[in-house]
Structure formats: structure tokens, C-alpha cells
Design a binder for this molecule. Structure first.
Ligand code: PRX
Length: 652
């Protein structure tokens, strides 16, 4: 039997413990698509509502009048749901375990009672600095508990947070601050990752040159490294540790409508600048909390660890909102999997007795490459369930994760979803779904996937096509911040009346879904989503570059690597030094995650006579696949292809 066909059956003990077994999955799934009003009307009650909703679903995918509303007349507060309502039942339970970058630094255990005080204080500091309901606040923090406090504090007072991953450059930060016009930015003196310091406050100072809208910068002291610079902008910088002492430790949660915005999160698409994905209050939280409970089969007392950064949607939904809404103990890790060595994840699992562990294929592949000796010295006996997210997981990595890490006793939930979807859409449920290595398997409740061919026909049965979703689910994004037309055009115009995911997908004979990767100009580098257009505009901003085309190519560790074809200005000489300079340039323009893996200097790019770059050819060359370059006779200058093939870059 080939690996792809092997079935990993649900173990009996998992089935017995699980909330959802197979018959329950099927009957609930059926109800959820037959009568979404009734289904979600019932499950929406998992939250505390200040004013209960009477309307459940009011959604339309009809192009161009797309409109999505869930629980639209309900009133609630997200921070009240994630914090206050647990004070009666579990005040002294740990809400957040914080594991620092350096294993020698003590971990922190923050109880729900302490979380309440911290969130209230942070909320009061925001209020004291002029933040009002409906304002946007940009958060540029490392993985420290204050990141969760700040998110929940915004939610408490009705401010909309926009988290910018702390690995993004000052330039990227400035663009995102300006786009949503944040008057307040929250940052830390420095971040710490793998023993290296990240100059966050310094980056904010640089960003402020391009973001005049900012009035206040709230600075959390973390490393204590940059004290004098903390007050580099008199009247602007606010020392959080001092401000925290000056405010009350209680703050009443604001009454929010279910459709009031909760957060903006910028994500890359195939064209243009990253867009501000907007999620709202009620539907998002219902969906994040329900998927967290059922996909991870989270039971009271379990320790849940999602290794993502809060700068990505995975961190929003499965470090903070989903787990805390469920009264969970959630682990937040500041560091990286390889520091001090490749056993760190498993050391942390043992140290905090983690039961559910959720990470990305790129980390699994890197740890697999480091060798089993880093696993063997650890016990991992607390683990019960493993999860994967962010990119397709290759069967070899899946099997290693299953056999070595979970010792064949822990099911793996391969969860497919997107920033736009708010929560997991396709995934096994551990007590219900038999597994196949590399398949995200079946849709979650209320999710109706379909596969389309290039002509816009829905494909039935086993098939390969473009993945769309036929109807709305509560966690869906509502719009692109400030640009509803872009929302409609990006997601609902390719296949009218359907949400287009941008992913390709295969469905097998058991109706299992296998995501094959993006079909647009978005690439997925180590689980980080990037638009090739963004890297191209960074490159052409360099004074020596006249033109650039960027494509992804298969990369053993990163999933996809970044391959850049660069045409230089007349008179400029190509050299290895220039390669180094361009790499550094892109890191400064976007951030280290966008660092090009390969740069090929090309005197010309393959273009049609109308001037369109033929990316298909560039992709093939980057993949070292010259057998099928297709018809090159329509090119303005077919000769450029020979030059590109001859000078392709095997090594970075
Ligand atoms: O291509 C899919 C891939 O990641 C994209 C979404 O990226 P982002 O918005 O950054 O969110 C990542 C975390 C939710 C998708 O369009 N992707 C995500 N999860 C999987 C995946 N591809 C295959 N299998 C997955 N489990």
C-alpha cells in the first residue's frame, strides 16, 4: 500500500474521549448545511451575550453585492467572553503559560484573575492615551504576554487592533500603520528570538518618519535594552510599565454589536499592497472557539500549545481568542524551535505537560532534518493530539511527526484555512475522522467546499480543481478594510456567487480534500504568505534594478523558496556583491521572511508582444523543469529563454 492510500484509523481511546464521533460529525454536518440558521443559532449560545441575537445569518455571495452578517442584532464583548466570564468558574486556573526565549529565564503562569487585571490596566492605559471605540491600534510586539493583554484590551474598549508581525521591517510597519490610520502604536523596547535581539522600538521610530498619523507609542519594557531610546520622542512615547501603575485595575467592557470590527490583519494577495482583512466580533469568536474545542478536542484542564506568532492569524484564533473563549490554558512561546537546540519544542512539551501541540510543516521538516537524537532524549508522554497548519504537509514529514513525535498514539489534525477564513475550514476531527498522511480530510460544520474547473463548472466526485466555498460561515472576513470593492473583486469575481480561496485542491474517492497549494501569484515560504508582486516592487525600488519578476520554487525546508529574476539598469554590472546587496535591500523593505533565496540576473524577461511577463516559463525554469516550457514562439524575443535556462541559479 502506498503511503497516500494508507489509512490511520481513529484510536479507541481517542474516540471515547472525543466530543464528536463519526456519526455525530455526519449528523451535525448535515444539520449545519441543511439549516444553518438553526445550527448556528444554537451554537452561537456558546458565548455570553449582553443582548441575545434574534437574527442569525444574513449573507450573500452574489456578485457584486456581497454582504456578510452573522448574529447581527446581538451585543457582546470579546474580552468579557475570553476573561471575565471565567472569573467565577476558574479564577486561579492558568490562562496563559509564557515560555521565554531563553530556557534559563523563568516561565510565567498567568491566571484568569491576573489576566483580568492586566487586560483592564492595559485597556485603561489605552483610554488614557485617547483611544476610543472604533479607533485602530497597531500592535508591533514580540511573543510576550503583553501581546495578548493588548489585543484583549483593544477588544475590551471596542478599539480595532492591527497586529504587525514583529519580523516585518520599519517600511512594512509604516505602510500598515498608515493604511488603517492608527494614532496609537504598541511596541516593546526589543524582541528576543533565538538569543538575538530585534530592535522593535527603533523600527517604530523609523516607521514614524513615514507615518505622521501616529500620536502615541506605548512601549513595553521587555529586555530593558534600549532605555534611553524609549523616550526618544518626547510627548509621543509612553513607558507602559509606568503608565500601568497609574491606572485602575478594573475597566468595564464596552458593549459591542456582533458586526462591529474586532481586528484587521494585513495579508498578501496576488497583486498590489497587502490588504487589511477585517474580522468582526460575534461570528469570529463563535467560530474560533467552536473550532478550537472540536478540532483539537479541547477538554477542561488540557494544556494547549500553538507555536504560531500572534502576528499571524493562527496566533489570533488559536493562541488567544479561541482558547481563552473556551477557558483553556494556552501556551505562548517567545522563542524558535532550534534554540538552544532542535529539542526545544519537546523540552517545552515536557516542561509544561503539553497535551495538544499545533505547529507548521516547515518546523516539522527542519526538526526532522536535525535528526532524531533531539527527540529521543525527551518523553512527550503528555501529548495526546498533534496539529499542522500553514502549508501542505508532505507525507514524509507527516509520518515522522506521527511516528517519532506522537509515537503513533496521537492523531494529527492537518488544518486548512486562511487569514480570510478566521478559523479552520477543512480538518479531521480527532474522534471522527480516519487520517491520510497529507490530507486535510473533511469540512468543518457549515463549510461547503467545491472544486471548479477553468471554465467555471463545479466538478463532482474525485477531481482536481480550484477550491471554492459555496456559502458563508460565521468566521469569514467581512471586507477589506477601507476597500470593499477589492474584497468583492478578489474573492467573489473569479467564480460568481462563490468564495474563491486561491488554492488548488484534489478530492479523492472518500471525499477527502488534499490541498495542493496556491494557484495565484501568492507563495508560501516557511508557512509565511507572500505576494510575488510585493517582492518585485521591493526589488525595482532599488536604484540599480530596472525590472524584476519573482516566482516560487520547491524548497526542501521552506516548502517554497523565493526565486528572483532581475534586470539591471543600463550600465550596471551584475555581481555576487550586488546579489548580497539586493537580498539585504529586500529584507529592509519587507522583512527577513522575504529574503530572496536565488537571484538570477537576466538581460531580458520573457514577454508577450503586448509586454506581459510569461510567469509560467519563469516558474518552470526556477523549478529546473525545462522539458515543457510550452510554446515560446509568441514571445516578443524567444531568445531570452535560452539565456535564462543557461544562467539559472542552482544555488543561492
Ligand atoms: O495555501 C493555503 C495555505 O496557506 C494559505 C493561507 O495562508 P494564511 O492566510 O497566511 O494563513 C495560514 C494559516 C491559516 C492557504 O491559502 N495553507 C494553510 N493551511 C494549510 C495550507 N495548505 C495546505 N494545508 C494546510 N493545512
Amino acid at each position: 500500500m502506498t503511503t497516500a492510500n494508507k489509512i490511520y484509523y481513529v484510536p479507541d481511546d481517542v474516540k471515547e474521549r472525543a466530543f464528536i464521533d463519526r456519526p455525530t460529525y455526519h449528523s451535525m454536518y448535515y444539520e449545519s448545511v441543511e439549516d444553518p440558521e438553526k445550527f448556528w443559532g444554537e451554537h452561537g449560545k456558546r458565548l455570553d451575550w449582553i443582548e441575545p441575537y434574534t437574527k442569525v445569518k444574513n449573507t450573500s455571495f452574489e456578485y457584486p453585492n456581497v454582504s456578510i452578517k452573522w448574529f447581527e442584532d446581538g451585543v457582546l464583548n470579546v474580552s468579557q467572553n475570553c476573561v471575565d466570564r471565567h472569573l467565577k468558574t476558574r479564577p486561579d486556573q492558568t490562562a496563559i503559560i509564557w515560555e521565554p526565549d531563553d530556557p534559563e529565564t523563568p516561565a510565567k503562569h498567568i491566571t484568569y484573575k491576573e489576566l483580568h487585571e492586566e487586560v483592564c490596566r492595559f485597556a485603561n492605559v489605552l483610554l488614557a492615551n485617547g483611544v476610543k471605540k472604533g479607533d485602530t491600534v497597531t500592535i508591533y510586539l514580540p511573543m510576550i504576554p503583553e501581546a495578548a493583554y493588548a489585543m484583549l484590551a483593544c477588544a475590551r474598549i471596542g478599539a480595532i487592533h492591527s497586529i504587525v508581525f514583529a519580523g516585518f521591517s520599519a517600511e512594512s510597519l509604516a505602510g500598515r500603520i498608515e493604511d488603517c490610520a492608527s494614532k496609537v502604536v504598541i511596541t516593546a523596547d526589543e524582541g528576543l528570538r533565538g538569543g538575538k535581539k530585534v530592535p522593535l522600538k527603533k523600527n517604530v521610530d523609523t516607521a514614524l518618519n513615514h507615518a505622521p498619523v501616529v500620536e502615541k507609542v506605548i512601549v513595553v519594557r521587555h529586555t530593558g535594552g534600549l532605555d534611553p531610546e524609549m523616550v526618544s520622542n518626547p510627548g509621543v512615547d509612553v513607558d507602559y510599565s509606568r503608565a500601568r501603575e497609574e491606572v485602575a485595575d478594573v475597566c468595564a467592557p464596552e458593549e459591542m454589536n456582533a458586526e462591529d470590527p474586532l481586528f484587521i490583519l494585513y495579508t498578501s494577495g496576488s497583486t498590489g499592497k497587502p490588504k487589511g482583512v477585517l474580522h468582526t466580533t460575534g461570528g469570529y469568536l463563535v467560530y474560533a472557539s467552536m473550532t478550537h474545542q472540536y478540532v483539537f478536542d479541547y477538554h477542561d484542564g488540557d494544556v494547549f500549545w500553538c507555536t504560531a506568532d500572534v502576528g499571524w492569524v493562527t496566533g489570533h484564533s488559536y493562541i488567544v481568542y479561541g482558547p481563552l473563549a473556551n477557558g483553556a490554558t494556552t501556551l505562548m512561546f517567545e522563542g524558535v524551535p532550534s534554540y538552544p537546540d532542535a529539542s526545544r519544542f519537546w523540552q517545552v512539551v515536557d516542561k509544561h505537560k503539553v497535551n495538544i501541540f499545533y505547529t507548521a510543516p516547515t518546523a516539522i521538516r527542519a526538526l526532522m532534518g536535525a535528526g532524531d537524537k533531539f527527540v529521543e532524549g525527551t518523553s512527550r508522554e503528555s501529548l495526546r493530539l498533534l496539529g499542522s497548519v500553514g502549508e501542505p504537509i508532505n507525507p514524509e514529514a507527516w509520518e515522522w511527526y506521527y511516528e517519532k513525535i506522537g509515537e503513533e498514539r496521537c492523531p494529527i489534525v492537518d488544518t486548512w484555512w486562511q487569514t480570510e477564513t478566521g478559523g479552520i475550514l477543512i480538518s479531521p476531527l480527532p474522534g471522527a475522522t480516519d487520517l491520510k498522511a497529507g490530507s486535510a480530510t473533511l469540512p468543518f460544520f457549515g463549510v461547503q467546499p467545491a472544486l471548479m474547473d477553468a471554465d467555471g463548472n463545479i466538478l463532482e466526485g474525485p477531481a482536481t480543481g480550484n477550491l471554492v466555498i459555496l456559502d458563508s460561515w460565521p468566521g469569514q472576513m467581512r471586507t477589506v478594510f477601507g476597500d470593499h470593492e477589492r474584497f468583492v473583486e478578489t474573492y467573489f469575481s473569479a467564480y460568481k456567487g462563490k468564495y474563491f480561496t486561491g488554492d488548488g485542491c484534489r478530492r479523492d474517492g472518500d471525499d477527502y480534500y488534499w490541498i495542493t497549494g496556491r494557484v495565484d501569484d501568492v507563495i508560501n515560504v516557511s508557512g509565511h504568505r507572500m505576494g510575488t508582486a510585493e517582492v518585485e516592487s521591493a526589488l525595482v525600488a532599488h536604484p540599480k534594478v530596472s525590472e524584476a519578476a519573482v516566482v516560487g520554487y520547491p524548497h526542501d525546508l521552506k516548502g517554497q523558496g523565493i526565486y528572483c529574476y532581475v534586470t539591471l539598469m543600463e550600465g550596471e554590472e551584475s555581481s555576487d556583491d550586488l546579489r548580497v546587496e539586493l537580498r539585504k535591500w529586500v529584507r529592509e523593505e519587507i522583512g527577513p521572511i522575504a529574503s530572496p533565496d536565488k537571484i538570477q540576473f537576466a538581460p531580458g524577461l520573457p514577454k508577450t508582444r503586448s509586454g506581459k511577463i510569461m510567469r509560467r516559463i519563469l516558474r518552470k525554469i526556477a523549478e529546473d523543469d525545462f522539458s515543457n516550457l510550452g510554446d515560446t514562439s509568441t514571445l516578443a524575443d524567444p531568445g531570452v529563454v535560452d539565456d535564462l535556462v543557461e544562467n539559472r541559479q542552482h544555488k543561492a
